[in-house]
Design a protein. Structure first.
Length: 351
């Protein structure tokens, strides 16, 4: 290759930080980077679907910012718990790809392989390698759970094993909760009460009923994202007998249910503040209503026949809309809790 061509190629190849930002934004490798040139970090960000991990980090942040007011708050144990739930999400993503491939659901024509590279089907990693990665992550997570157990007692293990069971049962035989219309409630329980409640308990060693209530709003947001994703996948899941809630309800009704979940986030934030489960600055989450308004319109109509230009994760559509709303609303909820923590404004149950 001539020197000029080499210089042109170098100019077109994005830097490593730019590649990582692209993967975190779209779940896809940077455009124009050949598979053999994908760096190790980008590869593992793709394999673990790191773009959606902020959903878990936000759930942990909600718990930590509530717990920080408690006299028994331990920053070290909170950090361990936050790492633990993040690794649990990584493990969940790896196991979902593993189990869905094993049962024959994930194929080259199924959405999982269309909106982003499938780890096994694209040859990015072997089945054995993916299983080994999931095992290693679970072992590290188990070690964290045992450490927290020695500090906080048996409830930590109850939270951990409940989360692991629901995460594995989501796709793994024989339960395959996703196939039975139970995947959506599964996600609500995991990203709401289990993650928020478990992280809070690990940080302080107790959990009042108000924390359970405070866990509801963000659990609803995460469920809305999954509803959107499953609406997108109705044409594939229905013929395969994968009876997700949108398959059972139908697209039009499911779009209304998802809108209801997004509205319910704001209702439960206000209710949690009124009940003293959240400090009043958490009402800053209401500033996400303009994003809700923008998200509302796409859910009023069926999925378009083709994606907009440069839309990175087609055939997902409603999932992307719900995710953008969840990201903004969750961030503003966390910001409100940060303001409360800095200003020393406690939720009423700790006053």
């Amino acid at each position: 290759m001539a020197t000029g061509d080499l210089m042109k190629t170098a100019q077109l190849t994005p830097s490593l930080p730019a590649r990582w930002r692209e993967v975190l934004r779209t779940t896809n490798p940077p455009e124009g980077v050949p598979p053999e040139q994908i760096d190790l970090v980008s590869k593992w960000l793709v394999l673990t679907r790191a773009a959606v991990l902020p959903m878990t980090i936000t759930a942990g942040a909600v718990a930590g910012l509530l717990a920080v007011h408690h006299d028994d708050f331990s920053l070290g144990l909170f950090a361990l718990a936050l790492l633990g739930i993040t690794l649990a999400h990584v493990s969940n993503n790896l196991m979902n790809d593993l189990f869905d491939t094993d049962v024959g659901l994930d194929t080259e024509s199924y959405p999982r392989a269309l909106y982003a590279p499938h780890p096994i089907l694209t040859g990015m990693i072997s089945r054995r390698g993916l299983a080994a990665a999931a095992l290693i992550v679970n072992i590290v997570d188990l070690a964290i759970g045992l450490w927290l157990f020695t500090e906080r007692g048996w409830p930590v293990l109850a939270f951990a094993f409940a989360g692991f069971f629901l995460s594995a049962a989501y796709t793994a035989p024989p339960l395959r909760l996703k196939k039975r219309g139970l995947g959506e409630p599964d996600v609500f329980v995991v990203w709401g009460p289990l993650m928020v409640g478990g992280t809070y308990y690990s940080a302080v060693g107790s959990i009042p009923w108000e924390v359970w209530l405070a866990s509801v709003p963000y659990g609803l947001l995460c469920t809305a994202v999954l509803m959107g994703k499953h609406i997108d996948k109705i044409p594939w899941d229905g013929p395969e007998g994968i009876k997700t809630m949108p398959v059972l309800l139908g697209e039009a009704r499911s779009r209304r249910v998802t809108q209801g979940l997004m509205v319910a986030f704001y209702v439960t934030v206000v209710a949690s503040v009124a009940a003293g489960a959240l400090p009043w600055p958490a009402l800053l989450a209401l500033a996400a209503v303009p994003v809700l308004v923008k998200a509302w319109e796409p859910f009023n109509a069926p999925k378009p026949d083709a994606p907009p230009p440069r839309f990175p994760i087609w055939p997902l559509w409603f999932a992307a809309v719900a995710f953008l709303h969840t990201r903004r609303a969750g961030a503003l909820l966390v910001l409100g809790l940060v303001v409360a923590a800095v200003a020393g404004i406690e939720p009423r149950f700790l006053s």
